[in-house]
Write a protein that binds this ligand. Structure first.
Ligand code: GLN
Length: 484
């Protein structure tokens, strides 16, 4: 049952072939069995999920279908506020935070009729590429238990890959949906900035953060994205453009599609030969189906990582100023005054990676250095956006590796933040430009680890991504669920 796609599961519930209760119980049993080892969930809502499933069954008995995901159990990264349900962002400082309201994404998932299974593990405040910075312990890759699941949406990707939900919603600031999807062998889509509301999504770097779908197939990801996408007045950066039929796009042909290959993404020293070979196979499969490969250049790619690691920490240092022990979240015990309480709260509540970002960001924004760092990084960001603008005047989509290597071992990069940051070298430019990107499985390494190909598109051209990714998925069939 857990191997069904999201679409199959939804169809079977609607056709009364299985009840939502049976389906939900089966997935909850799988979570109970596998979560101690994989640690994909921080919070499992077993009782609530069963109650919601029952209410779905009762509604269906009266002929009522709530939405496209009626009765199907899914998960949410623990960055989306859920009213009355603990929302931690992987941090000690929010360990017992009960939000008084639902995020827009949470509302949309509920409105689709889906059953919420629980809140999924993540790097603390979405800062990381391995889900090792979570204060709830690391998530493990279901393909190889000694490997990382990617990050920061590692819990979501691992849960989808392990059959511990039919799909999930993650967030992507610099690659946090696509990179975990790639190393867990699932599909992950980060839409255009402004496509999915950030209302109630705990902020990391607001000008880059974007919610998106993680699923086992491209059509599933398309359906999941159509559920969560759309305008929301409560998020001023949300864009009022109608949501197209993403699912229909997965059935279109790639014939005549111009696919750009940026030479900067293939020349990089750290690119694993197995990853290169798999992405070349993905390209060949597109060419066989009538797409045309075009060599392109994105000349400012080499500066993207440096610009990101100024801009994202700068925004984070500002966003995270609100965790001061006064209004909500953890408060340190102290006999001292207000300043001491705040200092201790932050010292005890935040982990090392979050502190590192706050310090870098505060420094970059300080009066004497603002122009030299933040101002300069903003200019680089503009150049990167222009690189893509000029590329998309020649091609419809861009094909690259998602991550330079398959999943690495737990602990391997934890001691060296710079090496860890390089995991996102291919995913970060997309966030800086605000364009959409998808990762689709395209091969298995000699060690038996999944490899993903990334497809980038112009603003609001998610449909092109779905068309190309679905074409790769059809041509290169791979296991949907990790061989556990
Ligand atoms: N790994 C990157 C970082 O640590 C990206 C994280 C993300 O996309 N949330 O900032």
């Amino acid at each position: 049952m857990h191997e069904w796609t999201l679409l199959e599961a939804a169809q079977k519930v609607r056709a009364n072939e299985i009840s939502s209760r049976e389906l939900t119980r089966a997935v909850l049993e799988r979570i109970e069995r596998l979560n101690p080892a994989i640690n994909a969930y921080i919070t499992v809502l077993a009782e609530k999920a069963m109650r919601d499933a029952q209410s779905c069954d009762e509604a269906l008995a009266k002929g009522l279908v709530r939405g496209p995901l009626h009765g199907v159990p899914v998960g949410l990264k623990d960055i989306f506020c859920t009213r009355g349900i603990r929302t931690t962002c992987g941090s000690r400082i929010l360990q017992n935070f009960l939000p008084p309201y639902d995020a827009a994404v949470t509302e949309k998932i509920a409105a689709s009729g889906a059953v919420l299974l629980g809140k999924q593990n993540m790097d603390e405040f979405a800062m990381g590429s391995s889900t090792e910075t979570s204060c709830f312990g690391p998530t493990r890759n279901p393909w190889a238990i000694d490997r990382i699941p990617g990050g920061s949406s590692g819990g979501t990707a691992a849960a989808v890959a392990a059959g511990m939900c039919f799909a999930g919603v993650g967030t992507d600031t610099g690659g946090s949906i696509r990179q975990p999807a790639s190393v867990c062998g699932v599909v992950g889509v980060k839409p255009t900035y402004g496509r999915v509301s950030r209302y109630g999504m705990i902020a990391f770097a607001s000008s880059l953060d974007q919610g998106g779908a993680v699923a086992r197939t491209v059509p599933d990801a398309a359906v999941m994205l159509s559920v969560i996408a759309g305008h929301d007045r409560r998020d001023s950066t949300s864009v009022d453009i109608p949501v197209p039929d993403y699912l229909a796009a997965t059935e279109k042909s790639v014939k005549g599609m111009k696919v750009g290959l940026p030479r900067e993404y293939f020349g990089a020293g750290g690119l694993d030969p197995a990853v290169r070979a798999a992405v070349e196979k993905a390209l060949a499969s597109l060419a066989e189906q009538g797409a045309e490969a075009v060599e392109i250049s994105l000349p400012h790619t080499e500066f993207a990582l440096s610009a990101y690691y100024i801009l994202a920490p700068a925004e984070a240092s500002s966003n995270l100023a609100r965790y001061d022990g006064v209004r909500y979240g953890y408060r340190a015990e102290t006999d001292g005054g207000l300043i001491e309480m705040m200092s201790k709260t932050r010292a005890q509540g935040f982990g090392a990676e979050v502190k590192r970002r706050i310090m870098i960001g505060t420094y970059a924004l300080s009066a004497g250095y603002y122009e030299a760092y933040y101002g300069k990084a903003q200019k680089v960001r503009t150049l990167i956006r222009r690189d893509f603008e000029s590329a998309f005047s020649k091609v419809d989509a861009i094909l690259t590796p998602t991550a330079p290597t398959p999943a690495f071992r737990l602990g391997e990069k934890l001691a060296d933040p710079l090496t860890m940051y390089l995991s996102d070298i291919f995913t970060i430019p997309c966030n800086l430009a605000g364009i959409p990107g998808i990762s689709v499985p395209c091969g298995i390494s000699p060690d038996g680890l999944p490899i993903g190909a990334q497809i980038l598109g112009n603003h609001f051209r998610e449909e092109t991504l779905f068309t190309a990714a679905a074409a790769i998925e059809r041509a290169i069939p791979l296991p949907r669920v990790a061989p556990l």
